[in-house]
Structure formats: C-alpha cells, structure tokens
Ligand binder design. Structure first.
Ligand SMILES: Cc1cc2nc3c(=O)[nH]c(=O)nc-3n(C[C@H](O)[C@H](O)[C@H](O)COP(=O)(O)OP(=O)(O)OC[C@H]3O[C@@H](n4cnc5c(N)ncnc54)[C@H](O)[C@@H]3O)c2cc1C
Length: 154
C-alpha cells in the first residue's frame, strides 16, 4: 500500500496539450495542486515519438504555439526537434517538468458523484504494478490501493 495523497487535478500526458494545460492551470488557479502522469519517459508526446528524418509541422507554427509563449523562430513550418525543444523549454521555464510522473499510464478514470471524486487507476511501468490516484477539490489526496484492489476493478 502506498502513502495516501490527494491532488486537485490529474493532467494526463506531457504532450503539447498537457504542458499547455498545466500552464493555464498555474495561471488561472493559483494554489491548485496537480500532477501530470505520462506513460512514456519523455516530454513532447507526438514530437518526441516521431523522429523520422524531415518530420515537421503541417501548418504554420506561429498559430500552433502557445499564446503565452510566442514562437520566435523565423521558420513558419517548424521541424519536429524544434517543436519538441519548445515544449521542453516551456515545461522547464514553468517548473512543470518537476511535476511530471513519467512511466505512469492512466488505465481508467472513474467519477463518483456521491463522493465528488475522480479516481484514476494508474499503471506504473517501472514498478509493474497499479495504483489508484484520486482527485477531489478542495481537499488534496492521492490515494494508492493494493495492486489486487486496482486490478479487480478493471
Ligand atoms: C508529422 C506531424 C505533423 C503535425 N502537424 C500539426 C500541425 O501543423 N498542426 C496541428 O495542429 N497538429 C499537427 N499535428 C498533430 C499533433 O499530433 C498535435 O498537434 C499535437 O502534438 C497533439 O498533442 P497532444 O498533447 O494532444 O497529444 P500527444 O502529442 O499525442 O501527447 C499525448 C501524450 O499523452 C501520453 N498519454 C497518452 N495516453 C496516456 C495515458 N493513458 N496515461 C498517461 N499518458 C498518456 C502520451 O504518451 C503522450 O506523451 C501533427 C502531427 C504529426 C505526427
């Protein structure tokens, strides 16, 4: 059994969407706690996964970039490594990289109206086991369950 912990928000995935979401959460709701669960071991999602020669954006990256961090490179169609570096830089600048839990895949999320709580069942790649992460506002807890309990709920 793991130590109990609550968070206000669980962000799933450290791609461009997840990192952007985390920044907006920080800006819009100061003091809100969140954790980011990323199944893989890297930031960037699509832009880390695809590394074939010539990988690039389809559209202009000025409109693809975050409003809070304008794209300053002169090239409108950006290469994949540049976009990945941009996402990584954003995460580092905002301290989000320290809040990412790599190797944790969300298997399911269950909302309970009676408890006003969302419980996410998480598989941790490195440890090859499962735990349950619970969010509820305004209290903070992230509760872990024995492996058997999490598995039996699937
Ligand atoms: C070559 C190419 C060019 C593109 N060009 C453009 C473009 O010009 N404009 C445009 O708008 N879009 C473009 N796209 C689409 C691009 O995929 C999206 O713009 C964007 O990268 C999606 O970001 P995302 O964070 O939503 O998802 P992803 O980048 O897919 O990231 C999702 C992340 O979540 C993680 N994850 C997924 N499921 C779980 C889970 N259950 N538990 C934990 N972690 C999980 C993944 O490991 C991943 O890291 C392009 C895509 C490609 C491949």
């Amino acid at each position: 059994m793991r130590e109990a912990e609550w968070v206000d928000v669980v962000v799933v995935g450290a791609g461009v969407s997840g990192i952007g979401t985390a920044v907006h959460l920080q800006q819009s709701v100061p003091g809100l706690t969140f954790t980011m669960l990323e199944a893989r071991d890297a930031i960037g999602g699509t832009w880390d996964l695809f590394r074939y020669p010539g990988v690039r954006s389809d559209s202009d990256v000025q409109t693809y970039a975050y409003a809070f961090k304008p794209w300053t490179n002169a090239k409108a169609i950006a290469d994949g490594p540049s976009i990945r570096a941009y996402i990584e830089e954003t995460a580092a600048e905002r301290g989000i990289d320290r809040q990412i839990r790599f190797g944790e895949r969300v298997l399911r999320a269950d909302w309970s109206s009676s408890e006003a709580r969302c419980t996410s069942t998480v598989q941790r790649a490195s440890l090859d086991d499962q735990s349950a992460r619970t969010t509820r506002s305004p209290k903070r807890i992230c509760r872990s369950m024995p492996r058997s309990a999490a598995v039996s709920s699937m």
